[in-house]
Design a protein around this ligand. Sequence first.
Ligand code: ADP
Length: 457
Amino acid sequence: MTATDMPRKLILLYGSMTLVICAAVAGMVSASNSPFRTFALAAIAFLIILVPGFLLLRSINRNVREVTDSARKIAAGQYGYLIKVPGLGDAGELARAFNGMSAELADHFARIEQDSLQLRAVLGGMIEGVVAIDAQQRLLFANERGGQLLGFNMKTAVGLRFWEVVRQRSIVAIVEKALEKGESLREEFDWKGNPAKTLLIHVSPLRENPGGAIVVVHDTSDLRRLERLRHEFVANVSHELKTPLAVIKASVETLQDGAVEDTENRGMFLGQILDQAERLNNLILDMLSLARIESGSERLQSTRVSLAEAVQDCFDRHIAQVELRKQHLEMIPPEEPSAAEIYTDEEALMQILDNLVDNALKYTQEGSHIRVRWYGLGDHICIEVQDDGPGIPEEDQPRIFERFYRVDKARSRELGGTGLGLAIVKNLAHTMKGSVSVRSLPGQGATFTVSLPRMLQ
Ligand code: ADP
C-alpha cells in the first residue's frame, strides 16, 4: 500500500483509534485531580488524533486534485492523458476507470480526425466544386475547386452567407429556390467572371434537421466548346460542299438544256464539273485525313528519315507548279551532321512538308523564292518553310491553324484550297509530339516552323 492510497479500512481504523483514545483520555482525566495534568493529557490526545487525520485528508485531497487536473487536460484537447495509478484502493480504481475513459476518448477522436481527413482529401481531389451551407445559407464547408469555380477564397468564406461570397445573382437565386422548396434543382449558367465559363449547378437540400444544402458545381465549358466546334464544323462542311455541288448541278442542267450540243461552250461546262469534282475530292480526302489524325487511329511508325531526301522528294512532287509560275525552291541543309536525320513517321512528315510547301507556292507571287531549312534544337529538329510572299496579317496568325479558317476565302477557293491544310499540319505535329508556329510580317513573307522530336518513340 502506498502513502497516497487511503482505502476505506484505513478510515475505519482511524475512527476506532480515535474512539479508543477518547475513552482512555476520558478515564485518565476523571482519575486525575491536577488541572495541569488534565490539560496535558487532552493536548496529547488531540495531537494523536489530529496528525493522522491531517495526513488522511491530505492524501484524499491530492488524489481528487490529480483527477480534476487530468480531466481539465483532456477537456483542453490532451486526449489519452493518463493519471499515475496510485495503488489498489478506491483511488486506484477511480484512476484506472479514468485512464480507460481517456484512452477510449483518444481512440474515438483519432478515428473522427482520420475520417475527417479522408473526407477532406476526397473532396479536395474532386474536379467538381462542393459547397455545404446551412439553412441560413451560411457556408459550412467548401472544397478548393468550389472556391475556384464560384470565385471565392474558401479559407475566408466559411461562416459567411452564400450570397455574400457568390456574386452571381442567378446562381444565388437557384440555391434560395431549392432551400425554399426543399427539392433538388439543377441548371446551367454562363459564369460572368474572368475567364468566362459554363457552370452546371446542382443544389440538393438536406432534409434532416438542421437543414441546409449541398451545392455541387461542374465546369462544363470544355463540353460546350466541343459542342460548339462540332456545330461549326457541320455548318462549315455543309457550306463547303454546297458551293461545288451547286456549280456541278447548274452545269449539268445547262448541258441537259441543250448546251451539250453547243460544241463551242460545252467544254467550259465540262471543265467546271471536273474542277468542282476535284475540289470535292480534295475536301473529302482532307476531312478523312483530319478525322483519322484526330481520332488517334493514325498509327505512327518511327523510321530513320534523311531530311535532305524527304525535302527533295517534296520538291519533286511540286515541280510542275514551280515551273508554271517560275518559282524557286531552295533547300538549306544544316552544317551539324546530327540534324541530318530524324526518327519519325515518314508519311506524316511528307504530309506536313507537302502542305507547307504547297501553301508557300500557292499564296506567293510568280517568281517567288521558297526556302526549306532545318536545324537541331536540343532533342528536337526544327524545319522551317520560308517564303517571300505577301505574308499573313497579324490578327489572322493565331487562327490560321483552325479548320476552314482562311485569310482570303475567295482566293483560297480559287486556288483549290480546302481550308484544312494547316489544321492537318498542326494535328499531325501534335500527334508526332511536336508543334508548329508561324512568323510573318505583312509584305515580308511568312515562315512556318515545325518542331519535331529527333526520335519519335
Ligand atoms: P487552304 O486550303 O485555304 O490553303 P490552309 O489551312 O492550308 O488552307 O491555310 C489557311 C489559310 O492560311 C490560307 O487560306 C491562307 O489564307 C493562309 N496561308 C497559309 N499559308 C500561307 C502563306 N505561306 N502565305 C500567306 N498566307 C498563307
